[in-house]
Write a protein that binds this ligand. Structure first.
Ligand code: C2E
Ligand code: MG
Ligand code: MG
Length: 842
């Protein structure tokens, strides 16, 4: 009764008491059929001295008996057995020795028969102060047999339960949030770490909700089997994924391969334990799980600090998180064994610890996510920057690849691209491709040094660009916001441009002006430096249709004699020693020379005063040639290949032989004129050769006249003059050919030791109709007479011109009016014929 009153007072105080309990442990076969009355009557009941009943691992049933407190104010009470893992629980309530209520339950049975939906085994009852009450409880279980019993004042119980439920709700809420959060992150990033973490948290959630019986009550109330399975699986499941998570999160594979090996072992063992739950019985399986869980948890707990000490960035929060879980679990365990007093923190230590762990690790994961994202963004930015830098470098390289380094003008590649583009865009137009070369730049370099020459070249480039801008029909080679280029630098002293050929043709004055501007010397350091630019032009599609050939042809034109004379020349196929036809021509000509296939034709020279043929001009021919080839072309090829030297010697010898024959035929006084190339004049030994030849053919002295064109001498006036003087010195008459076709000054001509001037065909052919020409020819004749020259008019084709020339006092004529050039034999016949006519006339 004393115990009852104490209990009563306790119940009054905080609504709950732990009753004083007697227990009876029996074994043997009888126990299964034992009724509670039988048990009460058995001897051997012992008293538990205020301890919570804990009988360890025993499969034998235990009987307990105790009395509820009797109170008039607290009649409605609840018996609460707080350990939900008991297999079989039978509760009997006696009033005044009579059984009034019983509850047969246990965690191997569905929840159904229990009067209250709660994880604990509960029995509500009512006490009546007039009676005496006694509980008899039979408990049997396969696991640890603990029977913590509380008797509650009913209202207080519901208050307490609702507080605990709230705490649980918060806990489960946190865990579920963490799980979903990490699952979402996993779905977005496809990174296993987040999945492992979500699953490990799920493991704890299931483990604790199973342990606390919540899952059984709310999720699978009808399936005790599931409850057991969940008990067995949730622990190794949680550990399995915690280990996988720790590996991934701490990047153990790289940061600590030795620890990683241990964690992997733990992973395999827990996997085995999960598999084991389906094969092994409950007890063995549970013991295996717990046996594995202890070193597994220890390992996971130690990982944090070890990695932290090693400087692993992730390890800090990990350590804190696992620390929270460890401390929480330890508090609960210590509370279970009575080492620390019961309060909210100690009782729910595991929940608090694991919730803290979940939150801390979620923060750690989020921090990691943030860091990785910002790392990635930084990396992306760096990549973009690198890309931009590369693009810039590429552009710069491209710019360099397309521009001449010194002048900054577009270079040859750029020019070719532009030209190709122009031709493709406007294939129906005529385009002129021009090339300008500064022939004096080398001399400037040698005089002033490379640095100064570079500066001059830059100035020239700038000036040419400005000048060419004003050329009618000029095409822009390159155009950008900051600059426009009209010329390109093909080589360091060579520039290229493209012009609409028709437009240029329409405005010849502008072209001349531009050419003059280009020719002006450059002012540099107070000096006027002549650049001596030469220009060559080829025309699309007249000369070629591909850019390579067009540029090549412009170069050929630039190097031609015409260009040397006038500063500008159009491409002439016949003067192109480099065209492929020409190449074969060279070898053919060499062979023709060697095998005497060439021939000399003769054109008479008539004296207008005596009306006699006084001489003949020897002109080269190539009779055997399948495709006719002009004398000019033969000479041009010979000049460009060095064949001119043997050719001139051959011509001279042939002329001498021909004159021998003429003498033999009775034409003793006829002179023979031989054309000499300017190249011959440049040979130092040429005068000597002629001199020797004339000595061995002394009978022809004074009757072999050498013709040199006016323009050819202009190319190298000094040397030409020297050569002519030495020829003159040996008594060879000289004639200035093609006079009036170039621009040579009379003052220069005056110095030449010539005796004859041949007025160019171009001035004679239209004499009858061109008053200007008549004035020029008349003046020339007079002037030449004044200077002591004999004057020959070339290319006289008709009688009226002949008459005009006679009126102008011209000395001699040559031309088709008498006969075109003839082979020697024909010429001799013609001479005979002519003589007969004269005789007849006389
Ligand atoms: P060139 O010395 O002025 O020769 C006169 C040219 O005028 C010759 O052309 C001749 O056939 C041509 N001709 C003569 N009368 C008339 C005429 O009434 N009307 C027209 N339309 N043409 C006439 P060819 O023989 O074709 O020679 C051309 C040039 O080739 C020569 O001009 C001369 O500079 C050069 N040449 C010819 N043979 C030789 C040679 O053996 N050695 C050198 N170095 N040059 C030669
Ligand atoms: Mg001639
Ligand atoms: Mg001539």
């Amino acid at each position: 009764m004393t115990a009852a009153s104490v209990a009563h007072a306790d119940l009054e105080h905080d609504g709950q008491i732990e009753p004083a309990i007697d227990y009876l442990q029996i074994d043997g076969a009888q126990q299964n059929s034992l009724t509670p009355e039988d048990a009460l009557n058995l001897p051997g009941w012992q008293t538990l001295n205020g301890e919570s009943p804990n009988f360890g691992y025993t499969e034998a049933p235990v009987w307990l008996r105790f009395s509820p407190p009797i109170s008039s104010s607290e009649m409605h009470q609840i018996l609460d057995i707080r350990y939900p893992q008991l297999d079989s629980v039978k509760i009997y309530l006696f009033r005044d020795g009579k059984l009034i209520d019983e509850l047969i339950t246990g965690d191997r049975m569905p929840l159904k028969p229990r009067p209250l939906r709660h994880p604990h085994f509960l029995l509500p009852y009512t006490v009546d102060p007039g009676s005496s009450y006694q509980f008899v409880v039979r408990v049997q279980t396969n696991g640890a047999l603990q029977v913590p019993i509380t008797l509650w004042q009913r209202d207080r119980f519901f208050d307490h339960t609702s507080a605990v439920d709230q705490a649980h709700a918060i806990y489960y809420g946190i865990l579920i949030t963490v799980i979903f959060f990490n699952l979402f992150v996993f779905a977005a990033l496809r990174e296993a770490t987040y999945l492992y973490y979500a699953l490990s948290t799920l493991g704890y959630l299931v483990m604790l909700s199973t342990l606390r019986g919540m899952a059984f009550v709310y999720i699978w109330p009808g399936s005790p089997w599931l409850q057991n399975q969940s008990m067995m699986v949730s622990v190794p499941f949680a550990l399995l994924f915690s280990s996988l998570f720790a590996r991934a999160f701490l990047d153990l594979k790289h940061s600590s391969p030795a620890l990683d090996r241990w964690v992997r072992v733990s992973v395999y063992l827990n996997l085995a334990a999960i598999a084991g739950t389906f094969i092994l019985d409950y007890n063995t399986s549970m013991r295996l799980s717990v046996a594995l869980a202890i070193p597994g948890c220890l390992l996971l707990t130690l990982l944090g600090p070890i990695e932290w000490l090693k400087g692993n960035r992730q390890a800090g929060l990990y350590t804190l998180a696992w620390g929270a879980l460890t401390i929480g679990s330890a508090l609960t365990a210590l509370n279970k064994y009575g080492v620390v007093p019961t309060n909210f923190v100690t009782e729910f230590g595991m929940e608090i610890g694991s919730a803290l762990e979940a939150i801390l690790l979620s923060i750690a994961l989020a921090a990691r996510l943030y860091r990785e994202r910002s790392d990635k963004m930084a990396a992306q930015e760096a990549q973009l920057q690198a890309l931009a830098a590369r693009r810039k470098a590429e552009l710069r390289m491209m710019d360099q690849a397309l521009h001449h380094p010194l002048t900054g003008l577009p270079n040859r590649s750029s020019f070719e691209l532009h030209l190709q583009d122009t031709l493709t865009r406007k294939p129906d137009k005529r385009h002129a491709v021009g090339v300008i070369q500064l022939t004096n730049l080398q001399a400037i370099t040698k005089t002033l040094g490379h640095q100064n020459a570079d500066q001059v070249l830059k100035l020239a480039a700038r000036r040419f660009n400005v000048i060419c801008r004003d050329l009618p029909g000029i095409q822009i080679v390159e155009h950008s916001e900051t600059r426009s280029f009209f010329v390109a630098a093909l080589e360091s002293a060579t520039f290229g441009f493209v012009i609409d050929a028709e437009e240029v043709k329409a405005m010849p004055r502008r072209v001349v002006q531009c050419l003059e501007a280009i020719r002006k010397p450059i002012e540099y350091l107070g000096m006027q430096l002549p650049l001596d630019p030469l220009a060559g032009i080829s025309v699309y599609p007249d000369h070629a249709t591909d850019i390579n050939t067009l540029i090549r042809q412009a170069y050929i034109a630039l190097e031609s004699e015409d260009s040397a004379e006038r500063g500008l020349a159009y491409y002439k196929p016949e003067a192109d020693s480099y065209n492929t036809g020409r190449l074969t021509l060279v070898s053919e000509l060499r062979e023709a020379l060697d095998t005497n296939q060439l021939a000399l034709y003769f054109q008479p020279k008539l004296s207008l005063s005596s009306r006699n043929v006084v001489g003949a001009e020897a002109l080269i021919r190539w009779p055997g040639k399948a495709t006719p080839i002009s004398a000019e072309e033969i000479i041009s090829v010979a000049e460009q290949t060095g064949l001119i030297k043997p050719l001139t010697r051959w011509v001279l010898e042939q002329a001498l032989k021909a004159r021998d024959k003429l003498i033999a035929a009775g034409y003793n006084d006829l002179s023979i004129s031989v054309n000499i190339s300017p190249n011959n004049l440049r040979e130092p030994e040429f005068p000597l050769f002629v001199q020797r030849l004339m000595t061995s053919y002394h009978q022809h002295a004074g009757k072999i006249i050498l013709e040199v064109t006016e323009t050819s001498m202009m190319q190298d006036p000094v040397n030409s003059l020297r050569a002519l003087r030495s020829l003159d010195f040996t008594g060879i008459p000289l004639s200035i050919d093609d006079f009036g076709s170039g621009y040579s000054s009379l003052s220069y001509i005056k110095r030449l030791p010539a005796s004859e001037i041949k007025i160019d065909r171009s001035l004679i052919s239209d004499l009858e109709f061109q008053a200007d020409d008549r004035v020029i020819v008349k003046t020339t004749i007079n002037m030449c007479h004044d200077l002591g020259y004999t004057v020959v008019a070339e290319g006289v084709e008709d009688e009226s011109t002949l008459r005009l020339l006679r009126e102008m006092n011209c000395d001699m004529v040559q031309g088709y009016v008498m006969t075109p050039p003839l082979p020697f034999d024909d010429f001799v016949r013609w001479l005979a014929n002519q003589a007969q006519q004269e005789q007849r006339r006389a």
